[in-house]
Design a protein around this ligand. Sequence first.
Ligand SMILES: [Zn+2]
Ligand SMILES: [Zn+2]
Length: 206
Amino acid sequence: MATSSTTLLNLPTEILRQITSYIDYPSHLALSFTCRELHARVEDPNSRPRRTISTGNDRPYTIQDLLAIELWPEFAPSLGGDRVSRQMPSKNDFFACRYCCKILSAINFTNRHLNRAYWKRDRDEEETRRRDRSAWRICIPCGAAGRMHPRDKSYPFGGMSGGYGFTCVGCEGFVLERTGFEGEKVNFTCDTCRESNSEKKEPFST
Ligand SMILES: [Zn+2]
Ligand SMILES: [Zn+2]
């Protein structure tokens, strides 16, 4: 018996394009990731009309789109099925930075921004609105630019995969703290800034 079935793959390209114009950015992106053929035939999600977001950058997605995408199982392996994980995320968990609007590995966030990252997500709307940190999570470089990180103090980052680091008092860059290079010992200054400081102090040394 001959059977005919319509699947996404045998729809004409124009129809596929019409479909993607009705769905939101996360669904469009997910569709384009489904398989190679759809990836080739579905319009590039990043060619969607630009929307101005709070930072003034024009992008085809909003921070809300990214907050939905960060809960995809591929991006949230620590989340688990019950969606109430209290576990600290690892480098395989990805989160949206509210400021640069990128999805980045947990290694790019301070533990303050990762604490209870998945707790209560999608569960209790009221609680989420009041306490959910997902909407204000900011990556380390953006936080450094906005002077959000502790000064003169080391701080943990990267959750289960991270360690300690500090913000250089000179260039405000993030410095990974390694054994024998604790922030206190170097006055919270990075190698580069320390070297240029000592050059200034000893102009006649050979
Ligand atoms: Zn950022
Ligand atoms: Zn520096």
